[in-house]
Design a protein around this ligand. Sequence first.
Ligand SMILES: C[S@@+](CC[C@H](N)C(=O)[O-])C[C@H]1O[C@@H](n2cnc3c(N)ncnc32)[C@H](O)[C@@H]1O
Length: 249
Amino acid sequence: MVRRILSPGTVEAISRTFQKLNYSSLGRMYCDEGDDAFWKDRRGPCQKLGIKLAEVLRGRLRPRGRSLYVGAGVAEIPVLVMETIELGRSVAVYNLRAEEVSVLNAALTGLPLRFISGRAQSAVGSFDHLWIASVLNDPEHFPQLSALSYGRANPVTFDPAAFARERRLVAKLAGTCLDKLRRPALVTTSVEEIPWITDWCARRKVTCFVEPNEYPTALVGDPVCFIRIAGARKRARGVRKGVARLKGW
Ligand SMILES: C[S@@+](CC[C@H](N)C(=O)[O-])C[C@H]1O[C@@H](n2cnc3c(N)ncnc32)[C@H](O)[C@@H]1O
């Protein structure tokens, strides 16, 4: 039986990392008001929900595999620590914000884990897990697409030409990262980003299974879910939802 609870050493490493984070610098980056209230309120839930998610993910990943993280930040620290120190996996972790990357890395000293400031599309090699949560619908990078994804588009001000441009960029970003998967593989993503993953699978004629459970997150607040991507030689095609098992897993 797969053990679901994290080891005490992993939980200790997560909590040590959260203690070492520079919250006043992070406050300026994560919240417009830039005050300490944001992290006073969010730090505990972020650590707690991150550990819960790490426990769930632990049972879905094989030891010593490779994960690609797109746009990871504080929220992903628990899962990254679990993957590296508990499962002995290697992780390629990308974030475009150089200042945030240096604050995160300063708190990770002593752990086999570093954030990289740059585009995830530049990651080299293949992966059996892709984490892409609250990136393809990020209002900072894709304002029109984000408004549409979250059901907040204003019909008076919505810019369809800008939306079409953003949709091309997002499809390219998602496709470039998904092409790096060695199947069978797992994708962790937010519920709002599911269509990008299932669309890529449909175009590639690859079977995928969207797990029915959703898990809350504490910063962006988008719930995340898991999508299993079938192995290369499966005959069944299409998207399955809520089916207990996918052949090849
Ligand atoms: C809304 S934040 C989400 C942060 C985190 N995943 C969370 O849920 O709290 C989106 C992040 O995606 C990053 N990002 C956007 N495009 C990226 C790319 N091509 N490669 C790596 N990171 C990217 C941005 O730098 C930003 O940090």
